[in-house]
Design a protein around this ligand. Structure first.
Ligand code: 6LW
Length: 510
């Protein structure tokens, strides 16, 4: 019986070129891109690597990152920055942009994905000369309905491989067709390797390495049983022989601090070696463990043994990013961290050098909330506000906690599924600081206590007097409770539309 999911951290000492000591940690236990950045897809062009991820209902969609060394990444933009590329749909949680493939071919970048808001329109393909944008208008592939499209070229021929799936009837099959990238037309569709027999075989990526074509899959579902499996063939279309060592990556049944490991993509490194990026979660708290940041992106080395890829999860070390930020919204444009579920930033907020952030519409639970992903397990966020402002911690539109100031009263409010509750209130006259903190749980794990992954403290500071309004169990803002594919974000809105955020300060805590 496993009682607790513990955090382990392998720390190693190193030095900078100037001799200063830095602490690097194992990439096996620490994400290269922390927070809700799942289904990573990677390619290399010249001296840079590029990586993009799913983003679901949040707009702009499909964040894209650049790195020279695979361990330090910076975001260079989003791929889907216009609603003509990413239709809004019904704004539902865990819809929008799903698993994808990013490739560099013949001097151009290609990105193929699924917009679950517009599922029946088929796969969505865009391209760009510069990966930081602008990306083209989409070419839709209407005869390829499903998820997780992949593109791979054999000379002039481009193969599209994807998972046929029905959101109502479930799993169907992994299929492939030759695709015309200009028209979006496909040739006859046929089955490829269906995996080793686990549930939810999906996330296909096809590569030519040496004399073989490799088809890599995610299998077992994106939960604790998640895995990576692989098969090879002399042709891109099969027949495929499964790797005798499958699954080639999984953390299922291991007491590893990173769970749900799977959905990988391979890249050849500058020195001719290979690496992989994959998704994992940092589940914490009492059994069965709760993950709250969504699925994050991890890095592994890849070795080739007898013509098969072997994950070397301990090859890389990294110095974790400091995700802290202060934003006073006076830069004239929003930082890349800001996204809006359903709507779009330009409709939800206005920026001014005098006021900072103001709101152009009133916030109602889902849309019109300006959000930034939470990227740490322990942290604090403070917003200096005036007027009617809500600062919330959101998992989705039915699961959030926050402090809402309206008509001179600050209240701690929460929604957990069908339950909404307001607890604790204090009068606010003029400005206030709303503070949200994720701290270690006040109780031990089951059976000595009932700890969730964290406790969330909601407080407000008025005239330098600090009022703690609520301390809440963080498990209700976890994917295990709320379900779905997304992680926590910090959100800012106004219940009336009349409010201002002067600044936001986010700080990771020990
Ligand atoms: C992704 C698919 C999946 O497209 O989740 O559970 C989808 N598996 O591979 C959204 O991340």
């Amino acid at each position: 019986m496993e009682l607790n999911i513990m955090s382990r951290s392998v720390a190693e000492r190193g030095t900078t070129p100037t001799g200063a000591r830095i602490e690097s940690v194992s990439a096996a236990e620490n994400p290269i891109i922390a927070g809700m950045y799942p289904d990573p897809t990677i390619c290399r062009a010249g001296e840079y690597y590029y990586l993009a991820t799913s983003s679901f209902e949040y707009f702009p969609g499909a964040p894209i990152f650049r790195s020279k060394d695979l361990t330090n990444w910076s975001q260079i933009g989003h791929i889907l920055t216009r609603r003509s590329q990413f239709s809004v749909g019904d704004r539902g949680p865990s819809k929008g942009i799903y698993g994808s493939t990013l490739r560099h071919h013949d001097g151009r970048f290609w990105f193929v994905t699924t917009n679950a808001n517009d599922y029946e329109a088929g796969q969505l393909l865009v391209s760009a000369a510069d990966p930081s944008g602008p990306w083209s208008e989409p070419v839709m592939i209407p005869n390829a309905i499903g998820i997780d499209p992949d593109i791979a070229w054999d000379g002039e021929t481009c193969y599209l491989t994807w998972k046929r799936l029905s959101f109502t009837d479930g799993d169907l099959e992994l299929v492939q067709a030759v695709v015309d990238l200009e028209s979006g037309e496909i040739g006859p569709t046929y089955q490829v390797w269906q995996g080793t027999g686990m549930t939810a075989a999906e996330g296909p990526h096809l590569y030519r390495v040496g004399g073989y074509w490799y088809l890599m899959l995610a299998e077992g579902g994106t939960e604790r049983g998640h895995t990576v499996t692989v098969a090879r063939s002399q042709h891109p279309y099969g027949p495929f022989e499964a790797c005798p060592q499958n699954p080639i990556l999984t953390h299922r049944s291991l007491g590893h601090s990173v769970q749900n490991a799977g959905h990988a993509d391979l890249v050849q490194t500058h020195d001719g070696g290979w690496a992989a990026v994959y998704l994992g979660v940092r589940a914490r708290g009492s059994i069965p463990g709760f993950h709250v940041l969504g699925r994050e992106t991890f890095l592994s080395g890849i070795s080739w043994v007898d013509g098969w890829p072997v994950f070397d999860e301990h090859r890389y070390h990294l110095v974790p990013d400091d995700h802290g930020f202060v934003d006073d919204f006076t830069a004239g444009r929003l930082d890349l961290r800001w996204v809006v579920p359903g709507g779009q930033p330009t409709d939800a907020v206005a920026l001014s050098a005098d006021l900072g952030l103001s709101f152009t519409s009133s916030w109602r639970s889902g849309a019109d909330l300006l959000c930034a992903r939470v990227r740490d397990l322990r942290w604090e966020s403070e917003a200096l506000v005036e007027g009617d402002v809500a600062h919330v911690l959101r998992l989705d539109d039915r699961h959030w906690y926050g402090v809402v100031i309206r008509d001179g009263i600050a209240r701690a409010e929460m929604r957990i599924g069908d339950l909404s509750q307001s607890i604790g209130s204090v009068e606010v006259d003029g400005g206030a600081i709303i503070r949200i903190e994720a701290v270690s749980p006040a109780t031990l794990n089951v059976p000595l206590g009932h700890a969730g992954p964290d406790d969330i403290i909601l407080s407000v500071e008025v005239g330098s007097i600090h009022h703690e309004l609520a301390r809440l169990d963080g498990r209700y803002l976890s994917s295990e409770v709320a379900s779905g594919f997304t992680g926590r974000v910090l959100g800012f809105g106004s219940p009336s539309g009349h409010g201002v955020v002067r600044s936001v300060r986010y700080k990771p805590a020990g």
